[in-house]
Design a protein around this ligand. Sequence first.
Ligand SMILES: *Cc1c(COP(=O)(O)O)cnc(C)c1O
Length: 401
Amino acid sequence: MRTSFLPYHRPSIGRHEIDAVVETLESGWLTTGPRTKQFEVDFAQAVGARHAIAVNSCTAALHLALDAVGVSSGDEVIVPTMTFAATAEVVTYFGATPVLVDCQRDTWNIDPAGIERAMTPRTKAIIPVHYAGQPCDMAEIMAIGRRAGVTVIEDAAHALPASYRGEPVGRIGDITCFSFYATKTLSTGEGGMITTEDDRATERMRMMALHGISKDAWKRYTAEGSWYYEILHPGFKYNLTDVAAALGVEQLKRQDEFLAARTAIARLYSEGLAGVPGLRCPVARTDRGHAWHLYVVEVDEAEFGLGRNDFIETLRAANIGTSVHFIPLHLHPYYRNRFGYAGSDFPGAFDAYQRIVSLPIYPAMSDEDVDDVIDAVQAVSASARARSTVAVPATSIVAAS
Ligand SMILES: *Cc1c(COP(=O)(O)O)cnc(C)c1O
């Protein structure tokens, strides 16, 4: 057994990131400026998008995207129930209604048939979430959006870099929102990015991200700027700092290296855990590039011999950190009370929630770390089955065989 605790996540911050941050601190320019511009240019190029707008979180990105779409009170926005708080809460900022949709049983991504059923004349946008880093069924989702004239905003917090039928995530939907939160595949501590091909939406989002002030307000303290500015709308304060952007520029250069490491870990897990009874490894569709932000396994209590919660506790006792992504939105008090949702309203997500565990997956993991996780899971499985075999009366074993 491991003698030291293997955390569920650890960011990969190298010498180049540290040097870039120190250089920024010494440059005298801390907030949005040349490094943020550089990060936007590099990011747009990396995903092949026309525009990239750096912001201070993915939550801010989603908020700005819905504002650019013109969502207002009484509108509806379709979101998966299998997601983090951010995806739906931004909808309520406008007095609009987040309409939840169930997930597919194998990928845990939003079910296009469920989107179809949830569409009404009040639907203003659809926000698919690329769960764990695997792109959703974008052909189907874009077709539903196009047919109804409804904007598709991708929550790509997990999906950098990822692709769907050869297209990088970041240039598929109308607007795409990325997260650089501490646990994500690229981290600036806190941060986010919006990509889009839409010039008008870009102008609106840039303006609203910085107090609704007319263009490039940050330049007003530079030689090319002037003291004069105009407030065109009551905006928000969502700009990224140059300290964070310096991290982002360096982290972005390592995306291929990071992805290769994550993909290798996922492969080792899928090989090493393939035969464990009652444990299902993640399903990766062959027509898309998976970012492997998360590696989520599903345990069937009856066959595995142990429930999900006990599984997590046993792994913790074996010095392996894990997490659960996610507690579906419809099970949380706010959504239950405000919209009257019951657990069984979304059986796919409800059932998944009882069974899922996210194993550690990040580039800083060594091969020994990965082996430790596989060994620990196999040991848990073996002892759980030994216990449940003892508990079953001999007659029923005969009957079952
Ligand atoms: C992390 C996350 C977000 C929020 O990202 P922030 O940058 O922390 O605002 C949004 N959606 C999903 C699915 C996430 O996992």
